[in-house]
Design a protein around this ligand. Structure first.
Ligand code: SF4
Length: 282
């Protein structure tokens, strides 16, 4: 059986600025079905299923991690799919990690994570929740099975109130979808400790899903990505000037609100202690 905890290596991306960390996914696949998801190279991806023998394998593998190691959960799925509400698998993962002297960065798009504040507040942990828009219609199209944006904001608030460092993941910023209203997301979440943002990167299947839902963007995206954009690490990026322009808007708003910010896999400098917010974990 393959290893459960692996070194984080995002396709050997030369513009990834992440610190050395390990990757842990309690589930394979994800039910949230985001149109822009980058993980669909995994078979049957939009159907989450728990990893086999998860807790037994985890116990064995945690013993081999160096003290103080940073675990990122999760990078290629969501640790809080809807079934986690009843199953509590990720909750048990937290319990096991909490017994070791390890650092944990939780990355999710679900408010279920707030349920686990009682464990997380006693861990060396931070929680990153993605919110791309407050517009329920747009979120319903882009992230059809993820909890509504307001629920995610409330979860961030609850975790912060419990004394846990919280990160807003404003990712991706998508031309003509959320690039004109992301400021309101930052305003609503201005209590967070850090923001990480990134522009939409496309692969063939995510392009098809997006233009199927937003047919009016087909030609526009074709031009921005495939004619004027650039190919980096297996994905299509917007042209650099447009990426700088969009992310400068995020930077300016964060500076106005006094929030630390960084960019993910953009090749654009930032001042924060880390891109992913792991600098918040003592
Ligand atoms: S929550 Fe993350 S892993 Fe799940 S479908 Fe959306 S982008 Fe993919």
């Amino acid at each position: 059986m393959s290893r459960l905890i692996t070194s984080f290596d995002p396709w050997k991306s030369r513009i990834c600025t992440c610190p050395a960390k390990y990757s842990l996914n309690p589930y394979t696949g994800c039910d949230h079905r985001c149109l822009y998801c980058y993980s669909t190279y995994i078979p049957n991806f939009f159907s989450a299923r728990p990893k086999k023998l998860l807790l037994t394998r985890l116990e064995r593998e945690l013993k081999n991690l160096p003290e103080n190691a940073l675990i990122s959960m999760s990078n290629s799925s969501d640790p809080y799919p809807p079934m986690e509400r009843d199953m509590g698998l990720t909750r048990n993962v937290l319990r096991q990690i909490s017994e070791k002297n390890l650092r944990l960065l939780v990355i999710t798009k679900s408010d279920i994570v707030a349920r686990d504040a009682d464990i997380l507040k006693n861990m060396r942990a931070a929680v990153s929740i993605t919110v791309t828009t407050l517009d329920e219609d747009v979120a319903g199209k882009m992230e059809p099975n993820a909890p509504e944006p307001e629920r995610r904001i409330r979860a961030l608030k609850r975790l912060k109130k419990a004394g846990i460092s919280v990160i807003l993941r404003l990712d991706p910023v998508m031309p003509k979808i959320n690039d004109e209203n992301f400021e309101e997301v930052l305003e609503r979440a201005s209590f967070v400790d850090h923001v990480v943002s990134s522009t939409l990167k496309l692969r063939g299947d995510s392009y098809s899903r997006i233009v199927k839902e937003f047919p009016e963007l087909k030609e526009h995206y074709r031009r921005l990505y495939f004619r004027e954009g650039e190919r980096l690490g297996g994905s299509w990026y917007l042209g650099r000037d447009l990426r700088v322009k969009l992310l400068s808007g995020v930077a300016e708003k964060c500076e106005e609100l006094g929030i630390s910010y960084a960019f993910c896999r953009e090749g654009i400098p930032f001042k924060a202690g880390s891109c992913d917010g792991s600098h918040l974990i003592a």
